[in-house]
Design a protein around this ligand. Structure first.
Ligand code: PLP
Length: 428
């Protein structure tokens, strides 16, 4: 069962939580209980990634979805590899980008799409989602041609890579790409407004596919258990520091949940780009978001991270406990590019800008006797506009077949809620 961050009397099923997106009071859903998974952790070396995924999700869904069906959903979700690659002496890259849209969001998007499909029968559901680049692609892929589901993807004009844009705009059918003249926070704001619009919600069913949705957020916990297994296989599961490139703080929040569920990471680092509300907050105690700035790690161009209230909740809204359990580092544009260059020259490994942010944040905190892992959240080919320039390589350097259908269909709107509502009404 799920409660809300603002009102502990809320008690919703998994089904209602993923359909509603946000709880009735407009705040985020949160699991009522977080149980530890000691037995799973004991036996983890013996388990497949799918078995791990099943046990982690069953912990939250209990018997709401029958085991057989939940296993099916997991099998459709966890169907690619999560390799852990040694980059330098005690530093590993945990590659989460081997899914269909080449970023880590595939697991969450696919779990959500398959769960919603399991529940939708005759009613039409509208998925409304704001993207800083990769969510849109993952959602477009996972929901493509799902019966009775319309997907409306809002992305900020000129602020995502051309590769990411094509992933969203060339699908067609039930996938609608909406380009907003504004930044990602503006997209996120309009989505929230729609959720709080009682008149609209009376007329049509809407749900979200952002990491505010527990169906997308929780499956990310599986990564941390898989990581633990991979580290255990090479006897490196002790003294582990992990660094997660963070924007909306959904992935890192999943990591902090995994710690509550029994995994023993020594340090967990949220690495951000110059949109550094959280690093500043943890050092000063003052929550002071600034205007979002555009960076080369665009999926993290967020100044008000949606999932941060969940992180505070994990630590009972106690700032002291929170700052003991979470380290946060800001990495600027120069340091990011410099790391991409250095790692390529020394090791031939190609970082994407997000992974590079994670790596720099990791190195600042890693001691020689510790094992460091940074999450590589996207394939560098998604960011050839920047990585290609920095390393002087071209797309065909990677042996990946990119077959976009060329026709882009884009619906353009101003940063105006009414324009969004008109569009939603138009397609319903
Ligand atoms: C979305 C994204 C992030 C940020 O993840 P959050 O869960 O929003 O913090 C980091 N890297 C890439 C490549 C992403 O697509």
């Amino acid at each position: 069962m799920f409660t809300s961050l603002k009102n502990c009397n809320v008690n919703d099923t998994f089904k209602n939580s993923i359909f509603n997106g946000l709880s009735v009071d407009g705040s985020l859903y949160f699991p009522r209980k977080i149980k530890t998974l000691d037995e799973l952790i004991q036996n983890i070396k013996e388990l497949s990634n799918q078995e791990i995924g099943f046990l982690v999700m069953k912990n939250f869904i209990n018997s709401e979805i029958p085991d057989k069906e939940l296993k099916k959903i997991i099998d459709q979700t966890i169907n690619f590899d999560f390799p852990l690659k040694q980059i330098e002496n005690n530093i590993f890259s945990f590659e989460l980008f081997h899914g269909p849209t080449l970023a880590f969001k595939d697991v969450g998007a696919s779990f959500l799409a398959n769960s919603l499909e399991y529940y939708t029968k005759d009613k039409v559901l509208n998925i409304l989602v704001a993207t800083s680049g990769d969510t849109g692609a993952a959602v477009a892929n996972s929901f493509f041609n799902k019966k009775n589901i319309n997907v409306i993807i809002l992305y900020p004009k000129n602020k995502i890579s051309s590769f990411q844009q094509k992933q969203i705009t060339t699908r067609g059918n039930n996938i609608y790409a909406v380009e907003l003249a504004g930044d990602f926070d503006a997209c996120q704001h309009l989505v929230k407004q729609a959720f709080n619009d009682k008149k609209l919600r009376k007329k049509i069913n809407i749900s979200s596919a952002n990491s505010i949705n527990v169906g997308r957020w929780l499956p990310q916990i599986i990564y941390y258990f898989i990581l633990h297994k991979e580290l255990k296989k090479i006897n490196k599961e002790k003294e582990v520091c992990i660094s997660i490139p963070s924007g909306n703080f959904g992935n890192i929040c999943a990591g902090l949940m995994s710690k509550k569920m029994g995994l023993n990471f020594k340090k967990i680092i949220a690495s951000t780009n110059i949109n550094d509300t959280i690093p500043r907050y943890l050092s000063s105690g003052v929550f002071d978001p600034k205007q979002t700035k555009r960076t080369i790690s665009n999926a993290m161009d967020v100044s008000i991270p949606n999932n941060f209230p969940r992180i505070e909740k994990i630590y009972d809204d106690n700032f002291k406990t929170l700052s003991k359990n979470l380290i946060s580092e800001m990495v600027d544009e120069f340091q990011t590019k410099d790391e991409i260059k250095k790692i390529f020259n020394n090791t031939k490994y190609i970082l994407d800008p997000h992974g590079a942010v994670g790596l720099v944040g990791l190195k600042r905190n890693l001691k020689d006797n510790e094992t460091g892992v940074f999450f590589e959240t996207a394939h560098p080919i998604k960011f050839m506009d920047t990585v290609g320039k920095i390393l002087k390589i071209r797309e065909d350097f990677f042996k990946i077949n990119l077959n976009f259908n060329n026709k882009e269909t884009i619906h353009k709107i101003k940063n105006d809620y009414n324009e969004l509502v008109n569009f939603i009404n138009l397609i319903n």
